[in-house]
Design a protein around this ligand. Structure first.
Ligand code: ARG
Length: 472
């Protein structure tokens, strides 16, 4: 500490006990204003609720309460107009608002901090911020689901290869494939909802850690801020960051889903696949290779998940092992959450743009779907049904037929009935129909299957479930 008689701005909050001032390096490591200014609106909202409650409970005079509320209105306008000046020595957003309020209404501003600590204040502000972020990202996810459902509807019967191990397995429809992603994003949305439910308890009124001797009304501040109830334990309330970790878990899982979709977009747009062409708006060229159309946005969405997992890891490690209640380590909770929220929202919006704009080459998908003996399983199922063979034996018979086709360099549909019968004489002409890809596809009508009839129904229920829209 440097010896100085002039306290720093923030020391006016606790100056009584201090004789010296922090060195610049202390200020630098201590300050969070560079990023927690994002909590501005939440901080003002929390202060409004607190001030009104203090007046109602006769803890502060109505005239002081009114002056505080008017001052907060003015500060909010100043912030919206971008005229607030930030000062690192003031440390964080809470001190900035209080300092400005003092400039506006004088010492009465000091009554606002009655029965409040920055510990319950920041916990409240941050919950409010994460709650807004969850709501905004839910909207983004809904938009992406809507784009995927549109494609699914248009392509309910467009054949494409269905892969396992990235090898041809069984043909599916593009619609079915798109709806798989809709389900994944739907689970993300329910995770966001679950996180919101647990998050929605109000820490305000917990004080530094032990509550307060003032006769506050925590129900009323909780209600004013849209929380379901006040938090039950003051020590937990100021030291809990589960809601932020859960937000990051949700974000990491959702980003993982986006990265899987992004990887498929990258593959499908590559000339080796050519199933889709991304629009010019979502492609980039190469400075050296004139023929290139690069799916940069999809690649970046794929990579953003790494960053978001990093954000989650950071906060998990920050919180691990902290003794109750508040520790300054917890100031480091904000940047990972802000980063993840911004990154995830951008990734979702970019993905929705790519999906809505992409051109789909159905002929290329259909050609690819016939490569790799995709009807083999259907033929085996047919032999089970018509010859009453155990599936294992049917598998063996079809395996031999595949070997034969492979050695001739043709697909199963090009083999003659005699060639099939050479492997098992009991096979009859009905087997030949099975080798038609479209009829194979149409036969997979089990609930949740890929038959176009199922996909059409699934599109309707996805609309209802995720978009809240009845089919016309
Ligand atoms: N800027 C601080 C944070 O984000 C506010 C709480 C400070 N509390 C304290 N006891 N120093 O965590």
């Amino acid at each position: 500490m440097r010896k100085s008689r002039k306290p720093t701005l923030n020391q006016t909050q606790w100056g009584g006990r201090f004789e010296g001032t922090p060195v610049p390096i202390m200020e630098e490591i201590n300050a969070s204003i560079a990023y927690d200014q994002k909590l501005f609106y939440q901080d003002i909202a929390g202060s409004r609720a607190h001030a009104s409650m203090l007046v109602k409970k006769k803890i502060i005079k109505p005239s002081v309460g009114n002056a505080i509320l008017k001052g907060l209105d003015k500060i909010e306008k100043e912030f919206a107009a971008g005229t607030v000046e930030y000062d690192r020595s003031l440390e964080d957003i809470h001190s900035h608002v209080e300092k400005r309020l003092t400039e506006l209404i004088g010492d009465d501003a000091g009554f606002l901090h009655t029965a409040r600590s920055r510990n319950d204040q920041v916990a409240t502000d941050f919950r409010l911020w994460v709650r807004d972020a969850l709501d905004a990202i839910d909207k983004d996810l809904r938009t992406l689901q809507s784009a995927l459902i549109e494609v699914a509807e248009k392509h309910a019967s467009s054949i494409m290869p269905g892969l396992t191990h990235l090898q041809p397995a069984q043909p599916v429809t593009l619609g079915h494939h798109m709806l798989a992603h809709v389900e994944m994003l739907g689970r993300d949305r329910t995770r966001a909802r679950d996180c919101r439910i647990r998050l929605n308890e109000c820490p305000l009124g917990s004080g530094a850690l032990a509550g307060t001797s003032f006769p506050i009304d925590r129900e009323s501040t909780a209600t004013a801020l849209g929380f379901d109830r006040p938090s039950a334990n003051s020590m937990d309330a100021v030291s809990d960051r589960d809601f932020a970790i859960e937000f990051l878990c949700f974000s990491a899982i959702a980003a993982g889903h986006l990265s899987r979709l992004a990887e498929e977009i990258v593959l499908w747009a590559s000339p080796s696949f050519s199933y889709i062409k991304l629009s010019d708006s979502f492609s980039t060229g190469s400075s050296m290779l004139p023929q290139k159309r690069n799916p940069d946005a999809a690649e970046l969405v794929r990579s953003k998940s790494g960053r978001i997992v990093g954000d989650l890891t950071a906060l998990l490690v920050i919180m691990k092992g902290l003794p109750l209640a508040y520790s300054k380590d917890m100031q480091e909770d904000k940047e990972p959450v802000f980063d993840a929220a911004e990154t995830l929202s951008l990734a979702i919006r970019a993905m929705a743009g790519m999906i809505s704009d992409m051109a789909i080459d159905c002929a290329a998908m259909e050609r690819a779907a016939s490569v790799g003996f995709p009807a083999a399983t259907d033929l085996a199922d047919h032999l089970v049904r018509t010859l009453d063979l155990p599936f294992r034996q049917a598998h063996e018979v079809v395996g031999k037929i595949v070997l034969n086709a492979e050695s001739k360099g043709v697909g199963l549909e090009s083999l003659s009935l005699e060639e099939l019968q050479a492997v098992d004489s009991r096979i009859d002409g009905s087997a030949m129909d099975i080798l038609d890809l479209m009829s194979a596809l149409e036969s997979r009508e089990s609930y949740g299957g890929t038959a176009p009839s199922c996909v059409r129904k699934a599109v309707a229920s996805a609309r209802l479930k995720w978009l809240g829209v009845e089919l016309p």
